[in-house]
Design a protein around this ligand. Sequence first.
Ligand SMILES: [Zn+2]
Length: 322
Amino acid sequence: MARSSAGRCTRGRSAIPELPEVETVRRELAPWLTGRTVLAVERVDAPEGPKTAGLERAVGQRIEAVTRRGKFLLLPLRPPTPALASSAVGDELVVHLGMTGVLSPRPPAAHLRLVLRLDGGDPDTLYVQDARRFGRVLVVPRGDYRALPTLAAMGPEPLGDAFTVAAFAAALARSAQPVKAFLLSQRPVAGVGNIYADEALWRARVHPASPARALSRPKVRALHAAIREVLAAAVELQGTTLYDYRTVNGEVGAYLEKLDAYGHDGDPCPRCGTPLVRSVVGQRGTHHCPRCQRRARVRSAAASGGRAARGRRETSGPGGQR
Ligand SMILES: [Zn+2]
């Protein structure tokens, strides 16, 4: 039976962009914006508030780099005079695209919120479009994320060296939340949102509602590997475009066709053929295979013989510790 990715995926809006989409945007912005000075900030439809704060502080400052943490773009700024630069930590422009944020050198047809005028040659204007206004654009002292608690508490980058199986296992062991909800919190690892959580959990054969601390070591290892594989492959294809996400150059991401689980409820599991089901975990639409992804249970202290039993329930995955 044919799997209908595009049609299925339009059900249930997801909070993309996630890490692969933001990384794609970062890669396109970096060569353009690095070294440019912000000449002016125009608030078209973005009054000062929690979502657009302190922007005027960017005026006169130079963008030193375009970096990323999880789903946040971080642009460290440098003041114009050396005296100021040496005495202060400096500021940082923080951008979260929310669900519908688009950064572009071309003016959008609608929902324009902010305009940043830059020095240097064309294109010399950054347009910030955001239809649903879930995005945020702030200027904060560098590294001061008190206004951004998710960023402040964010776990390691999934494709970086700090994201080890041991660190991931330790983080999961501290949470009784459903593993998917815990992933979405960004605390065990940065950048995993609704789509790639479903994909990684399917690939690792982990039930999304399993308590995080109930995962066996083989399952932790499988999930760790799956998160890295799924995100790396999605970055390679410039992410997944379901709705508003576009690259800076206006292109769409091609990972949509690669989705195994997300948006495929009712379609046969690519591994076993069982129809995938949709449920709600942590208030988010969730897709899993009821046959491949069995729910893990926390062993009670009394049931000390439970390890073998749990090992039988969770049959798949690489065995042994390394
Ligand atoms: Zn299956």
